[in-house]
Design a protein around this ligand. Structure first.
Ligand code: NAG
Ligand code: NAG
Length: 249
């Protein structure tokens, strides 16, 4: 009896507190081990944790990136080619092969990674790579991620609450980090990262992002859905960016 109880607890821990295990064979959620490479970007880590990218997070080339983004999130191939191009232009790769990179290569400060991240602390404070629960708690509070009321819409994050939480997070970082040095381009990239996660986690049927998906994605780096039916493109991200920028913050 007792051991059965134990096994039940262990298996519900293993599946991430009630989320069903991922139904696509070979793409189960397995968090990174100590030797695996991960990035400051939760969206890429999710792909590695589900084996859409190599689980090691290493030696990733462009075709692998295309199929991972398409098979998991249904982004059109090519949507993130510009980012891949930046990795090459900035010579961030440490694989010894300009055609591939390791996820951790993206953490090099002030290239693709910049101050005021939504779920990471600033480079100045010592770790700009790993999920930071304290930083994320400020975002979670502002988006009321852990509050669901009788109002059915309380289960969702709107563009407005995401945009306001982003702006407040950047303002916090500027206040506490004496070396805050996001360039003006990077300051424009910040709403872009919000547009990106909203587009990735958007539920078209509602017109908002389910809080449960947002939590799974950021807090567990775990896919909250199987491949969405409708393909997403750079244009969708651009349209979302316009909505994010239209919010008065
Ligand atoms: C570099 O990576 C590319 C893409 O995966 C691969 O085709 C090529 O063979 C690699 N080059 C070397 C020297 O390993
Ligand atoms: C930005 O600040 C970091 C310290 O947080 C520093 O290492 C880096 O050189 C600065 N970058 C620029 C472009 O000043």
């Amino acid at each position: 009896m007792r051991s059965l109880f134990f096994i039940t607890i262990l298996s519900s821990l293993a599946t991430g507190f009630g989320l069903p295990n991922f139904p696509v064979k070979g793409h189960e959620w397995i968090p990174a081990g100590p030797k695996d490479s991960r990035s400051p970007c939760p969206g890429l880590n999710v792909l590695a944790n589900h084996g859409y990218l190599p689980r090691s997070g290493k030696n990733i080339d462009l075709p692998t990136l295309h199929s991972a983004f398409e098979d998991a999130y249904n982004y059109a191939p090519g949507t993130f080619d510009d980012v891949f191009g930046l990795v090459q232009t900035f010579k961030l790769t440490t694989t010894g092969n300009i055609s591939t990179f390791n996820l951790a290569d993206l953490a090099k400060h002030d290239y693709i990674e910049f101050d005021g991240s939504l779920s990471r602390n600033d480079f100045y404070f010592g770790d700009n790579l790993h999920f930071d629960p304290k930083i994320w708690a400020t975002m979670a509070k502002r988006m009321a991620l852990n509050e669901v009321t009788r109002d059915p819409m309380s289960k969702y994050v709107t563009v407005e609450s995401a945009a306001k939480a982003r702006a407040a997070r950047v303002a916090d970082a500027m206040k506490v980090n004496p070396t805050f040095n996001a360039s003006s381009t990077e300051m424009m990239g910040s709403p872009g990262t919000t547009a990106l996660w909203l587009t990735t986690l958007w539920d078209d049927s509602v017109g908002a992002a389910p809080k449960e998906w947002v939590k799974s994605f950021f807090e567990w780096e775990r896919l909250p859905y199987t491949k969405p039916k409708k393909q997403k493109t750079g244009e969708d991200i651009g349209n979302m960016l316009a909505k994010v920028q239209a919010v008065k913050v």
